[in-house]
Design a protein. Structure first.
Lengths: 285, 296
């Protein structure tokens, strides 16, 4: 049964965050001397918490006059105690199970998301993006596959078929999803981000992370291309797994942006094992 | 436009002989427009005597702007006489609760539930309405315009800028200037500082050229380090911000409940000396005092 895009936002309201994030938030929030930066660090390494906090701070309940694109940005605008209580309210929903009927290993998925986030941020610096905006690339990398968590949670049987088919046929997962479900995880994530009024560049990067050339005129900062490239790089490194067996070559837009193809860019970046190790730390409970 | 302080104390009422001069009621300010439009900023315990004073004006229309829903800013609302009288129209503006996703009306109705108060919100005789405030939104009350800005406190807190006949009155509610959560050697320090600086500029613009600024000044500069993150300003931070914003007159409020009249004046005197208050172009600084009415 195909997923109904219109029902997704309501379903996600009740979706819990990753066990790593939930456990750490509950632990930190129980300490009276909880350091704000420690809390921020936990939230910004959990795709579900990040998505939900950004959703809330960009919602009408805050009525802020400008979009909020990172957790730190949110803390400056709405205060650390409100962010802490938002995180606690998300933690109170429960935790995502480590395994699900779809067969998507959530630890591997988290590793993939964190890996792409880290590399996307590196690529931002590589592109000469100012440091303050490089964090937005991290957020985009972290959230790019959010639609897969939704599918694994709410359409596990259908998503399992897609995962199996992609693995067996060595095809791109999003194409299989599109073929069998009529909608792919990138569109689900992008639509959610749009409905929740996340900043347009972030919406664009999530929605088009497999096809940065689509709607490229809407986003000129290279975020989407960076997420695309980071996605291929992290898969080439064999770090984490989000169910897509295919490593795609760079389309012209991405090659032009970085002045390199995939292997060329990887050579330029050099050894990423330190970055990946830092990301791995956040997948541990 | 004119205004009157009905409550200037922070956190909890502080009645008694040692606070009789500046007053012991918690936050409440009455603001009147040029056509006698009635606006009230916050419903701390000061709103109780204010409500009594309004009897001759019944039936009346009043707009209450709640900066935030901590007890000391809402606790007088259930005892605000106009809400019990038919014919009165009471409109309450304030922030929704983003954590529980309750509107301002639902948040306030909770303090009138069975366990806390004998009269339920549904039983109030006045015509009651509640409106959620959004940042930047402008609310028109007769000839008075109220705009809002989210300021930093451990709950959503809106500062209000009230304008009428070319005069500007600004009230912060509770506000602590955002600070950097990273240490200087942290890689995130510089980016965060940039956001902090940007937010400070926005707040200063919100205060810009106000005829009167009423600003949260709970702590002395010496007290602040042990109260950092509690959501309040200091004598030093208020004096500097008012200077920067080109404000004409400043009333320092949210007096500490433990501070006697004498201690409050001593703290104010020390701050004036320390920050060289009175130099050329300085705003006029005063301590907010219950019962004082000021024409703007």
């Amino acid at each position: 049964m195909a997923i109904n895009a219109a029902e997704v936002p309501g379903l996600v309201e009740r979706m819990p965050a990753f066990p790593q994030g939930v456990t750490k938030v509950l632990d930190l929030a129980s300490r009276p001397d909880c350091a704000p930066k420690a809390l921020v660090q936990v939230i910004e390494h959990d795709p579900v918490m990040t998505m939900k906090v950004l959703k809330l701070v960009n919602s009408a309940y805050f009525g802020l006059s400008r979009p909020i694109n990172s957790i730190n940005h949110g803390v400056v605008y709405v205060g650390i105690n409100t962010i802490k209580n938002l995180a606690l309210s998300i933690a109170a929903i429960g935790m995502l199970p480590k395994s699900n009927k779809a067969g998507l290993d959530m630890n591997q998925f988290l590793a993939h998301s964190l890996g792409v986030a880290s590399v996307a941020k590196l690529l931002a610096t590589h592109l000469g993006v100012p440091d303050k905006d490089a964090t937005d690339f991290f957020v985009a990398g972290l959230l790019h596959d959010f639609g897969k968590v939704v599918l694994a949670q709410f359409k596990p049987e259908a998503f399992r078929l897609c995962l199996d088919q992609a693995a067996e046929q060595g095809r791109s997962l999003h194409e299989v999803e599109l073929e069998s479900q009529g909608i792919s995880h990138d569109e689900i994530g992008g639509r959610l981000a749009e409905v929740w009024k996340l900043p347009p560049a972030l919406v664009h990067a999530i929605h088009h992370h497999h096809h940065p050339e689509h709607g490229a005129e809407d986003a000129g900062d290279g975020m989407c291309e960076a997420v695309f490239a980071a996605n291929q790089i992290v898969r080439s490194l064999g770090f984490g797994d989000a169910g897509n067996p295919l490593i795609a070559e760079f389309p012209p837009l991405v090659s032009e942006r970085f002045g390199n193809d995939l292997s060329g860019l990887m050579s330029v970046l050099g050894d990423l094992s330190g970055e990946m190790e830092k990301a791995r730390l956040f997948t541990q409970l | 436009m004119h205004f009157k302080f009905w409550g200037v104390r922070g956190s909890i009422p502080a009645p008694g002989p040692k606070t009789v001069h500046y007053g012991g009621n918690t936050t409440c300010i009455e603001v009147r427009g040029d056509n006698n439009e009635l606006l009230i900023l916050d419903g701390g315990t000061g709103i109780f005597p204010l409500g009594q004073s309004l009897i001759p004006e019944f039936p009346l229309k009043v707009h209450i702007f709640i900066t935030h829903t901590h007890w000391d800013h809402i606790q007088g609302l259930p005892m605000f006489l106009p809400i019990f009288m038919p014919g009165n129209e009471v409109t309450i503006h304030g922030a929704a609760d983003p954590i529980t996703q309750r509107d301002i009306g639902e948040v306030l109705a909770r303090q009138m539930e069975y366990a806390y108060f004998p009269v339920r919100e549904a039983e109030l005789n006045a015509s009651m309405s509640y409106l959620n405030i959004q940042e930047g939104q402008r609310v028109q009350v007769g000839g008075v315009t109220v705009s809002s800005m989210l300021l930093n406190h451990p709950v959503l807190n809106f500062g209000y800028r009230v304008e009428c006949g070319g005069k500007v009155f600004v009230f912060t509610g509770d506000h602590e200037w955002p600070f950097n959560i990273y240490s200087e050697d942290d890689p995130d320090y510089a980016d965060y500082q940039q956001m902090v600086d940007q937010q400070r500029s926005r707040v200063i613009e919100f205060f810009r050229d106000a005829d009167v600024l009423v600003i949260d000044t709970a702590y002395t500069d010496a007290e602040y380090p042990s109260r950092k993150g509690w959501g309040h300003g200091t004598f030093g931070s208020s004096i500097e911000a008012a200077r920067e914003a080109g404000v004409k007159r400043v009333f320092l409020t949210h007096h500490e409940p433990t501070r006697s009249d004498a201690a409050l004046e001593l703290a104010f005197d020390e701050a004036r000396k320390c920050h060289d208050v009175g130099r050329e172009m300085d705003p006029q600084f005063d301590l907010a005092r219950e019962g004082v009415m000021i024409e703007i």
